[in-house]
Design a protein around this ligand. Structure first.
Ligand SMILES: Nc1nc2c(ncn2[C@@H]2O[C@H](COP(=O)(O)OP(=O)(O)OP(=O)(O)O)[C@@H](O)[C@H]2O)c(=O)[nH]1
Ligand SMILES: [Mg+2]
Length: 192
């Protein structure tokens, strides 16, 4: 897949505000600060399209970006962000889980895991959730540029033992562009 056009479409804070129609959606999910928004900017090559920050909790809404006037990339708020209150956390959790479980137009969920700590409790819970609801998902291991050789081997072993139903696992660096063409090639299978 080649991305020729990318534009912000809409931000929503409730399921009732989601776009109508049948355009397919590729959704980026993962813990806060794992690099979802940065990956979206790297894939589209539009700097600042999705807002990024070194402080966790930057993305607070479900953000839709229209790609090639054909389908959506969806940037989600991260889970596991400690600095928001319990109530806010529960509200986000409910919104995100309902969205992922029920939204018919989702064609693929891209679960981003930090390649240095790929199997944290919240990530395993997310993988179990996706597998239980039989949602199609693939994994991107982010910030691969930060790994030592030893960590690369360890991460590979850990990933073999969880995420049995993942359609793909891609090692990614938004900074170097590693994994980009591989990931875009996977997307071809989910967008007709
Ligand atoms: N070294 C390195 N840093 C990265 C990479 N991708 C993202 N980062 C950094 O990670 C931090 C968080 O990036 P974001 O894209 O805002 O993370 P997010 O997952 O969207 O975070 P929330 O919106 O809070 O859920 C930023 O400081 C990025 O510069 C990468 O591939 N390599
Ligand atoms: Mg973000």
């Amino acid at each position: 897949m080649k991305i020729t056009h990318a534009a912000f479409h809409i931000s929503v804070s409730a399921l009732s505000g989601l776009p109508e129609g049948s355009s397919p959606e590729i959704v980026f999910a993962g813990r806060s600060n794992v690099g979802k928004s940065t990956l979206l900017n790297s894939l589209t090559e539009v700097k600042g399209l999705a807002k990024t920050s070194s402080t966790p909790g930057k993305t607070r809404l479900i953000n839709y970006f229209l790609i090639n006037n054909q389908f959506f990339f969806v940037d989600l708020p991260g889970y596991g962000y400690a600095a928001v209150g319990h109530e806010q956390k529960a509200a986000w959790g409910n919104l995100l889980s309902s969205y992922i479980e029920h939204r018919q137009t989702i064609s693929l969920i891209v679960l981003l895991l930090d390649s240095r700590h790929p199997a944290m409790h919240s990530d395993r819970a997310m993988i179990n959730f996706l597998e239980f609801h039989e949602r199609p998902y693939g994994i991107v291991l982010t910030k691969f540029d930060k790994l030592t050789q030893k960590q690369k081997v360890q991460t590979g072993r850990i990933m073999e033992s969880c995420a049995a139903k993942a359609k793909f696992i891609v090692n990614y660096s938004s900074f170097s562009g590693k994994g980009k063409s591989e990931l875009l090639a996977h997307f071809d299978h989910y967008i007709c």
